[in-house]
Design a protein around this ligand. Sequence first.
Ligand SMILES: C[S@@+](CC[C@H](N)C(=O)[O-])C[C@H]1O[C@@H](n2cnc3c(N)ncnc32)[C@H](O)[C@@H]1O
Length: 324
Amino acid sequence: MRLPKELLPVIQHEIEKIDRRRLLQATAQITERYQNADFSAPALRTDAHRAAYLAVRLPATYAANAHVFAEIQRLIPDAEISSMLDLGAGPGTALFAAAEIFPALQQATLLDADESWLSLGKLLAGQSPSAAARQVLWLRHDLCSGLSCKTHDLVVLSYALGELPQAAVEAMVHQAWSCAGKFLAIIEPGTKRGFAAVNAVRSAMIAAGAEILAPCPHKDACPMHAVGDWCHFSARLERTSQHRQLKGGVLGYEDEKFSYVVAGRQHFPSFDARIVRHPQKHGGHIQLTLCTSQGSIKLQTITKSNKKDYKLARQSEWGDTWKE
Ligand SMILES: C[S@@+](CC[C@H](N)C(=O)[O-])C[C@H]1O[C@@H](n2cnc3c(N)ncnc32)[C@H](O)[C@@H]1O
């Protein structure tokens, strides 16, 4: 997964404005803040933090957004997403992913508390090849002070819910849902904390009468949560040499772990199960960990003798749906 190439020169320009030592320091700071989930003050406070975010986090959150939107598109191919609202939009991550995946997208409203992000987002969107990315209403707004917005087909909170004070989250989620004409997508880091936030939204949405499109094949209580585990997925992104230097990594890729839920207003065609761990591919058999439509976790072994399923399982990845 890669950011649209048209965005790269603007990102590079922003990064080059910051002295190398400050950029390394800022990368370490934001990594630590996100690892410790320390949001007692805004996590991205300075130009150096924002440049570091563009360099090392934007490619990852973009990959997670693209994965989630592709899943909406795959499950409901005729879902026409012509408008989107992104709450806590940062540099416009969700917009850039949505513009790649939803061809009908025409209009977007992007909202953030931080004026500097709105300015950076405008710069980036100005380079996007997508007409939708240039039809954007950018709004400075603090989500803690409530939200009233016209209906958009898709409402997104990507890596933003976890930064809000706990007391504001429940009302925020209900307001976001009231603005969602078709879908509400919540994406959070694939940590225990991120998943807990996603799972709480899922429960609140089910109680509010929403349908759950993904990732769950059921509306029962999450069977992973019940055993202290957490449901999360992984999106692979390419690392540039700059990304590797800033993060002190050696691999040419990074696997971004994320948790998500997509709630919707219509009744969706159901699927049997979702693969919730990396398939264990052995010589003569493959073991899948499935979350099933009965609301339970099941280990399924597929042997080579079952040619059709074995071929499908060999091609399957963590996060895919599975037909039992
Ligand atoms: C980790 S960034 C995520 C940015 C983007 N959504 C993404 O996925 O890359 C969190 C964003 O939420 C915004 N944010 C945090 N608290 C907010 C609040 N109370 N109201 C509005 N935006 C907020 C921050 O300014 C920041 O842009």
